[in-house]
Write a protein that binds this ligand. Structure first.
Ligand code: 13P
Ligand code: SF4
Length: 300
């Protein structure tokens, strides 16, 4: 039996469904039941009927699925797959900002630990952050942990006052304004597709800015034939399968998330076989972290 057959067999035995983010290895995306961006995956996690969710992504994704679906078993192929940015905010700073600004909303990018979510008013993803910030009644917005997504949203919501945090994604930060300009020089007809975790130097050159799903949808509908991709290169799997005749170029030289790439078919099979690596959390923390996530699902 091939490893893919074994995984399919185990999926039936365990009543499991496989969710995968666009940044995981191609062969893992290929066997997943649902592949998408962070917002799509958190919505799907609440809609699937299977008893077990195997989440091919980083810890905050599995944690969010568990927080939203406590009755399900959520397992991760590799518990070490963690997003460094998810830890880049400080509880003390949140408390300080709350003291300073009475009406502040702490807006927490879903790329964050469950603990950070418990101190937040609402969660957002890259695909709904602007819509949610605009819908909030609060004037002051403390955006955690990602400075760059925060700045991109602030630029489009000038009616709000933003307080920024200094978190960042090392993969998106490695793409520089100069490297994008160079890629454009080499491919002048190419459209520039940018994830909003990039710096404003990169965003300001974009033809399209959006989440991984947004980028894939835009490139598939665009009449352009060439694109410069400014995000993690796992998206190329879906971009190329949907658009076999279009050309995609990278903008930098380290657009690879080592944490996402920890997920392999062997680990998927192992986790299903042994039912190890279940996401567990104290109920009190889960309830508190669930509030901003549920609010995101309502507003987003
Ligand atoms: P999206 O899937 O929302 O585009 O986010 C990208 C990301 O960095 C996930 O880790
Ligand atoms: Fe985190 Fe960046 Fe990797 Fe996404 S690509 S999981 S934000 S380190």
């Amino acid at each position: 039996m091939s490893i893919v057959d074994e995984i399919n067999q185990l999926k039936k035995e365990r009543d499991a469904v496989i969710l995968a983010h666009y940044y995981v290895n191609d062969e893992v995306q290929a066997i997943a039941d649902y592949v998408g961006d962070s917002f799509y995956l958190s919505k799907i996690a609440t809609a699937v009927e299977a008893r077990t969710i195997l989440f091919c992504g980083v810890s905050f994704m599995g944690e969010s699925a568990k927080i939203l679906n406590p009755e399900k078993t959520v397992i991760m192929p590799d518990m070490a797959a963690d997003c460094p940015m998810a830890h880049m905010a400080d509880i003390e700073k949140i408390n300080q900002v709350r003291e300073e600004y009475e009406d502040v909303a702490v807006v927490c990018y879903i790329n964050s630990t469950a603990e950070l979510k418990t101190y937040s008013d609402v969660c957002v993803t890259s695909s709904n952050a602007l819509k949610i910030v605009k819908a909030l009644p609060n004037h002051h917005i403390f955006f955690i942990p990602d400075e760059h997504l925060g700045r991109y949203v602030a630029y489009q919501a000038p009616e709000k006052h933003f307080i920024f945090n200094d978190g960042f994604c090392h993969v998106h930060k490695s793409i520089t304004g100069e490297s994008v300009a160079k890629a454009k020089e080499a491919h002048p007809k190419a459209e520039i597709l940018v994830h909003p975790e990039c710096t404003m130097d990169v965003i300001s050159q974009a033809d399209y800015v959006g989440s991984t799903s947004g980028i894939i949808e835009y490139a598939s509908k665009s009449s352009a034939e060439e694109f410069i991709v400014c995000t993690e290169l796992g998206v190329l799997y879906e971009l190329k399968s949907k658009n076999p005749n279009k050309k995609f170029y990278s903008a930098g030289d380290s657009q690879c998330c080592p944490d996402m790439k920890l997920i392999t078919l062997e680990k998927v099979k192992d986790a299903l076989e042994k039912m190890t690596n279940a996401v567990e959390m104290e109920e009190e923390m889960r309830i508190r972290a669930n509030k901003p996530l549920e609010r995101m699902l309502e507003l987003g």
